[in-house]
Design a protein around this ligand. Structure first.
Ligand code: NHW
Ligand code: EN5
Length: 388
């Protein structure tokens, strides 16, 4: 069934019933001297190209490969359109490895035709903090599909991760592979319902008119919580403390330090937005919310070419109720002209989704670990990890 995945150290569907297998690494590390020294062979017309994301021309090539060939919804109406600035942010976190930005080019034309990436992360599974690679942006040009190129890309990124003495990875996918640690649902909160309906992202509910729908999703003009403001550099230490204490509650979550928080959560225009509540009395930072910006191209629509979507990222509430905090996040996203606010049912998100008028989407997101078993998996609410 899975000619490639059957050969890999991942939970195999056939082991699902075996409760004797312990949590933790599936296979031990091998000595670095035994890690294959040279790249896996590609079909003769192609060559490996380690990408330099500081090179603007390369960045635009990667952007275009993904803009035309990356993930679509099940009816091929929308395709993710990660911006160049977003890609640079996603792929150059603290201590990133350039060797993990792996392109495949056509030898003759030098055209970029495939890509896969990893970035380093510390991820905690129960009590165990593990150095991992987060694998993302696996993409093969539409004209080169079903030729078994993806397994070559995956083996090559695995080899380069092993060369850094890292033996585990985390990744997400919309497709089912052996074997998810959990399966999450996407939820969507309309901010610009008329446009969403016009492009086929959502539908007019039964017995609903357009004007009733617009009224249903109306939001105040400005955030309601006193002390709600954008995160700044001076907040990094306070946000790190809040976030570390919060993420400790989940079974699988990143282990963020201040350097990580500065990279992943300090606001960057049209890439990542973070807000917090600073108590007007004590000036203590008590609550935090964030979202990242990932537009989608609208395929085959005469009026609109893109949807501007915000994706819920990390949120922490200690004083402001989470629902009120997320309502303020919706308000600022609406003010910034986003069309839709998306969230997964991870962490405590279930507690506000219905109340804030999110509706379930038709997409799922499966979470995976490579070479790390978690017996029986976990619930989405036990997951404290959001990948981009
Ligand atoms: S998920 C997004 C993946 N990208 C897309 O969906 C973009 C559009 N599609 C494509 O570009 C986020 C192609 O369809 C791709 C497959 C390239 C997806 N993950 O070359 P073949 C990520 O980036 C398996 C893993 O003929 P293709 C996460 C499939 O099951 N495996 O197919 C990436 C089959 O294997 P099997 C996937 O359509 C995580 C084989 O590929 C997959 O031309 C990567 C077929 O290959 C997917 N999304 O190209 C794993 N989709 O065993 C990282 C298909 O079933 C693992 N396949 O026969 C960890 C590595 C690091 C370890 C470090 C210690
Ligand atoms: C991870 N880094 O399917 C990359 N999106 O629901 C891999 N549906 O936008 C991730 N089909 O439900 C891959 N509207 C997995 C995601 C792939 C993209 C995807 C889904 C997620 C999506 C929309 C549009 C569907 C268009 C037809 C959807 C309904 C919204 C409605 C709003 C009002 C209240 C009810 C719901």
């Amino acid at each position: 069934r899975h000619k490639f995945w059957e050969t890999q150290p991942v939970g195999q569907f056939r082991d699902a019933a075996d409760t004797s297998l312990p949590d933790g690494p599936i296979e031990p590390p091998t000595p670095l001297s035994e890690v294959r020294a040279d790249p896996y062979p590609l079909p003769a017309a192609f060559e490996w190209h380690t990408c330099d994301l500081d090179d603007d021309a390369l960045l635009v090539d990667l952007y275009s490969l993904l803009a035309h060939n990356y993930v679509e919804d099940d009816e091929n109406m929308f395709r993710f359109n990660y911006s160049p600035a977003f890609l640079r942010w996603a792929l150059k976190p603290p201590s990133f490895f350039r060797a993990w930005h792996i392109g495949v080019r056509a030898k003759e034309s030098k055209k970029l035709v495939a890509f896969i990436s990893g970035v380093p992360a510390r991820i905690r599974a129960r009590e165990d903090v593990v150095r991992m690679a987060e694998i993302n942006f696996l993409c093969v040009h539409k004209k080169l599909r079903s030729k078994r190129l993806a397994p070559v890309l995956i083996r090559e990124v695995t080899r380069r991760v092993h060369q850094e003495n890292i033996w585990q990875a985390a990744y997400t996918a919309g497709v089912v592979l052996p074997t998810p640690i959990t399966t999450c649902r996407y939820w969507h909160r309309s901010l610009n319902p008329k446009k969403l309906i016009d492009v086929g992202f959502s539908r007019l509910g039964p017995r609903m008119t357009m004007s009733r729908t617009v009224r249903l999703y109306k939001l105040p003009d400005a955030p309601l919580t006193p002390g709600f403001r954008r995160m700044e550099f001076r907040d990094v230490a306070a946000v790190t403390r809040l976030l570390r204490a919060y993420l400790a509650k989940f079974v699988v979550a990143p282990d963020f330090d201040e350097v990580d928080v500065e990279h992943w959560l300090l606001p960057q225009e049209d890439v990542v937005d973070s807000y917090l509540v600073e108590s007007p009395e004590t000036h203590e930072v008590t609550d935090f919310c964030s979202f990242y910006t990932l537009p989608s191209s609208v395929l085959n629509n005469a009026t609109y070419s893109t949807l501007k979507a915000a994706y819920s990222y990390y949120n922490v509430s200690t004083k402001t109720p989470l629902q009120q905090l997320m309502n303020d996040a919706l308000i600022v996203a609406k003010q910034k002209n986003y069309d839709v606010f998306n969230a997964l049912d991870v962490m405590e998100n279930e507690s506000f989704l219905k109340e804030l008028k999110f509706g379930p989407g038709d997409g799922q997101l499966h979470y995976y670990l490579y070479n790390y078993r978690i017996r029986n998996g976990i619930k989405p609410s036990e997951l404290g990890l959001v990948l981009l």
